[in-house]
Write a protein that binds this ligand. Structure first.
Ligand SMILES: NC(=O)c1ccc[n+]([C@@H]2O[C@H](COP(=O)([O-])OP(=O)(O)OC[C@H]3O[C@@H](n4cnc5c(N)ncnc54)[C@H](O)[C@@H]3O)[C@@H](O)[C@H]2O)c1
Length: 377
């Protein structure tokens, strides 16, 4: 729908308008010449929240299901922000619709479903932008970490240590996130972000995963339909990569008494770069031959991205992700973050849960769904 003054308008449909769907709506409305024309959610209160987010004067079609929204033919692009266990069934008609897609993480809640989606997407024309929502890549301090790695500041990356110490899972519509079968498991559900960052930093294929963790503190007294919540709340995960580098995830979800929710440390042969995401601080340390003076060769910088028009719940990362998604649609470019990235980031999480269950390391190539699968195009 071309306009005379400014970029081509993009009409969005948002599927699932709970917490994240509303954040997407707010981001879309902050973009240049982008509108939300339709939303789909089976929960009336969520549809009402969408109505309020869009504003009373803007036309908005509301539907109970994704299929009805797609059939109404009101959109150029869809954002999938329904619960994790609905992604697979929502994705099938969405992919087949030919509309551009931004898919919230994790791709799906089983590795079989992830693989099915990857195979389905591989048959689609390149003109359909199918973008995996892994927006931690867009957090300004993390973008700086990645640009320092690309510049060679740390030399060859050898270690990627990611600590997330945060509050417990929030209350959700029907508290779907209290059960692993709905989320894919904590190490898939939220930690796919961190495994994606490890892959980005090491630029290497994961080969082996070992995890130790449990549900020790959170939601222990929560029972739904006679079943107790089974959601893991702390873990250490070690990931070995094909190029010899390694990653460590330290997750604790009863550690809200922390200054930074996340600390990401990448260390290589030449130095170290570190991001503290709540404070938006990046520290860069370069090794010197003089060990004694070396301890002082660390600079610290507060990272501010003034292009961000909506901070939202993720330090502006979702806004920046949307800028790139809309840019790709308008430029006719393919997705920079793909469903293959979605699969690989989740695969490490699935392997970590298998390792937890067995007490043994899991070889990635022992997972039939990824054995022989290309790592990056
Ligand atoms: N990228 C991130 O950092 C981030 C953060 C939070 C959530 N998420 C993801 O966003 C998605 C939604 O999470 P949330 O926190 O907004 O949950 P939520 O419970 O707040 O909202 C989910 C909404 O989807 C609706 N819904 C349920 N089944 C549906 C269906 N079949 N079709 C359409 N809508 C349906 C629910 O009624 C609810 O309104 C999840 O995949 C979650 O993992 C991502």
């Amino acid at each position: 729908m071309p306009t005379n003054d400014g970029p081509e308008q993009i009409r969005y449909g948002v599927i699932g308008t709970g917490m994240m769907g509303i954040e997407h709506i707010q981001n879309i409305l902050a973009l240049d010449n982008c509108v939300v024309t339709a939303v789909a959610d089976p929960e009336p209160s969520s549809l009402l929240s969408a109505r309020e987010a869009v504003g009373p004067d803007t036309p908005l079609a509301t539907f109970g299901t994704a299929r009805e929204l797609i059939a109404a033919n009101l959109c150029d692009a869809l954002v999938i922000a329904s619960p994790n266990h609905t992604h697979h069934d929502v994705l099938i008609p969405s992919i087949e619709s030919g509309l551009h897609l931004l898919i919230e993480k994790p791709l799906c809640t089983t590795l079989d479903d992830c693989r099915e989606i990857v195979d389905l997407v591989s048959d689609r024309p390149a003109s359909q932008v199918i973008w995996m929502g892994l927006e931690y890549r867009y957090m300004p301090p993390l973008q700086r970490v990645m640009s320092e790695i690309a510049k060679g500041t740390v030399g060859d990356v050898k270690m990627v240590a990611i600590r997330e110490h945060r509050f417990p899972f929030l209350v959700k519509v029907d508290n779907w996130n209290r059960f692993s079968k709905n989320t894919g498991g904590t190490l898939v559900e939220k930690c796919c972000h961190f495994f994606d960052l490890m892959i980005e930093a090491t630029e290497s294929r994961p080969v082996r995963v070992y995890a130790s963790g449990a549900q020790d503190v959170n939601h222990l007294d929560e029972v739904y339909d006679g079943k107790q919540s089974d959601i893991l709340d702390n873990a250490y995960v070690i990931v070995d990569f094909a190029n010899g580098s390694r990653g460590l995830l330290d997750l604790c979800m009863f550690a809200e008494a922390s200054k930074n929710e996340r600390e990401i440390v990448v260390t290589g042969t030449a130095g170290k770069v570190e991001a503290l995401d709540t404070e938006s601080i990046v520290r860069i340390g370069v090794r010197t031959d003089d060990i004694l003076s070396g301890v002082n060769v660390v600079t610290e910088e507060k990272i501010v991205d003034s292009s961000i028009k909506h901070q939202g719940l993720h330090h502006g990362a979702s806004y920046l992700e949307h800028v790139d998604f809309a840019g790709a649609i308008r430029a006719g470019e393919s997705a920079a973050v793909t469903v293959l990235d979605g699969l690989w980031s989740a695969a490490i999480g699935f392997a970590a849960h298998l390792s937890l269950d067995s007490g043994m390391p899991v070889m990635i190539d022992d997972l039939a769904q990824v054995a022989g699968l290309e790592f990056r195009p």
